[in-house]
Ligand binder design. Structure first.
Ligand SMILES: Nc1nc2c(ncn2[C@@H]2O[C@H](COP(=O)(O)OP(=O)(O)OP(=O)(O)O)[C@@H](O)[C@H]2O)c(=O)[nH]1
Ligand SMILES: [Mg+2]
Length: 458
């Protein structure tokens, strides 16, 4: 029989409430030992909330006034009996209550152990378990929509449909093995090969969504670079919608870098405002400029800002040259002032780059177009429309690709007229690797690695 686990499920620190979660067969016994209801209950009913005190059974001392709920298996998150204790949110109270829970027979839960039990008790599959962590980590609406759709079993459902289709194909192959001199059985092989192609395409599409899933989950680093005084800090403030960085008419204002994350159409974009790039005039500026290199090397995309109210300078060209190895685009700022910058000169120097975007960081002109450009540059055309079935982690992607390659091999075998036994073998292996997405065929080591990235109490 499983043991009973317990953990503080809310973050450390002080808050209005803090929650202790207990899961396992002793949950009910623990409640009757340490909980004294404020009115007669005649035992705890499932899925009800009870008011009362947590007491120390040894001394009878009241530790906290709480609300508890008891969720009887199998209708609970883990599929086991669950006790949840809503305490006052102090670390000291939570620790005291947790230690009574432990004394009463539970043990401390490992990271992600509640969700691991939900998976082991077939409440959710592995792609849904992973989505639990992704839901908690989501930083934007779109990231949350994608994670919740996986949590609700969207990916799991698609995989299950594909799995059934593959099993149907396997059945056709096996029939043709068993009745190898029957023309009718053999006649269905070309259809099987066509069905395989459809599934292979579908798996390829699914694997391609990984790029998009990763971007929405992890976000991207966008570094704002340019020579001094072109309006980099003004742009950061404009994109953030608040005055975060100091802006002055003096070149060399920004020394340290400033980082803030915003959502651009659901993509979490970490913006870094940097010191203006030029030959440093003093030691503080040199330190600042050194930092820019470090930030540029970590950038997924660079926004190179140029001042449109002045002629192109040697320093502008230096910055563009430095950023050329990166994904970057040009933003011409101060569009509200007379346009002095010669666009044709720029286009002549850099004929292959994306046309620059004119903006006014001061007044907000061109900002929506800039956001669109950042969005399409980071997604690089990898956005798959509005579909919510998106593969979010490399483990799922690799399993899907392996399945696709094995199926493809099976399809080739059939077309080349090889004995169906070979293809049937490939298809069986394909089913096995598809099973990894849902967690039907993963090793304990992989499970441990996945759940160890979770929070305690989840
Ligand atoms: N007219 C106009 N002025 C702007 C615009 N954007 C910035 N400025 C002005 O340009 C000057 C420099 O702006 P900053 O945002 O500090 O420039 P920066 O690139 O961060 O400068 P450093 O930190 O020194 O590298 C300030 O006086 C801003 O008010 C704009 O769109 N239009
Ligand atoms: Mg600045």
């Amino acid at each position: 029989m499983e043991d009973t686990i317990a953990a503080i499920a809310t973050p450390p620190g002080t808050g209005a409430i803090g929650i202790i979660r207990v899961s396992g067969p002793k949950s009910g016994d623990i409640a009757s030992l340490i909980f004294r209801p404020s009115s007669k209950t005649g035992g705890l009913h499932s899925h009800r909330l009870y008011h009362g005190d947590i007491i120390s059974p040894d001394t009878g001392r009241v530790i906290d006034e709480v609300l508890i709920s008891f969720m009887m298996k199998p209708h609970s998150y883990t599929g086991e009996d669950i006790l949840e204790i809503n305490c006052h949110g102090s670390a000291f109270i939570l620790q005291s209550v947790l230690s009574e829970v432990i004394k009463a027979g539970a043990r401390l839960a490992k990271r992600g152990e509640f969700t691991e039990r939900a998976f082991l008790n077939d409440r959710i599959d592995l792609s849904q378990a992973e989505a639990v962590a992704e839901t908690i980590m989501a930083q934007t609406d779109r990231a949350l929509d994608l994670a919740v759709s996986r949590l609700k079993g969207d990916l799991a459902g698609r995989i299950e449909t594909l799995r059934n289709a593959i099993i149907d194909i396997l059945a056709i192959l096996e029939t043709s093995i068993d009745f190898s001199d029957d023309d009718v059985a053999l006649g269905s092989l070309p259809t099987a090969a066509e069905d395989i192609t459809v599934i292979v395409d579908e798996l390829s599409r699914l694997a391609l969504t990984y790029g998009e899933g990763k971007i929405y989950r992890d976000g991207v680093n966008a570094v704002i670079a340019g020579r001094p005084n072109v309006g980099k800090s003004s742009l950061l403030n404009r994109l953030l919608g608040e005055k975060r960085a100091i802006v002055t008419a003096m070149p060399g204002t920004t020394r340290d870098f400033i980082e803030e994350t915003i959502s651009i159409k659901g993509v979490p974009v970490k913006l870094t405002d940097t010191a203006g790039l030029r030959e440093p005039q003093n030691i503080a500026e040199k330190e600042g400029v050194d930092l820019v290199w470090e930030k540029l090397s970590q950038a997924d995309v660079v926004i190179v800002v140029i001042d449109g109210s002045e002629r192109l300078t040697r320093e502008d060209i230096d910055v563009i040259e430095w950023c050329k190895t990166k994904k970057f685009f040009l933003v011409i700022n101060k569009a509200d002032l007379p346009h002095v910058l010669d666009g044709n000169e720029l286009a002549g120097l850099y004929p292959d780059i994306m046309p620059p975007i004119w903006i006014s960081a001061k007044h907000g002109d061109g900002i929506p177009a800039l956001k669109d450009a950042i969005h399409s540059l980071v997604l690089n055309g990898s956005e798959c429309g509005h579909t919510l079935t998106v593969v979010s982690n490399i483990r799922q992607k690799m399993a899907i690709e392996k399945t696709r390659d094995l199926l493809s091999k099976a399809g080739d075998g059939i077309r080349q007229g090889l004995s169906p036994e070979f293809s049937a073998l490939d298809i069986r292996q394909a089913l096995e690797s598809l099973g990894e997405v849902a967690g039907e065929t993963v090793t304990e080591e992989i499970l441990e690695r996945i759940f160890s990235t979770f929070c305690i109490g989840k």
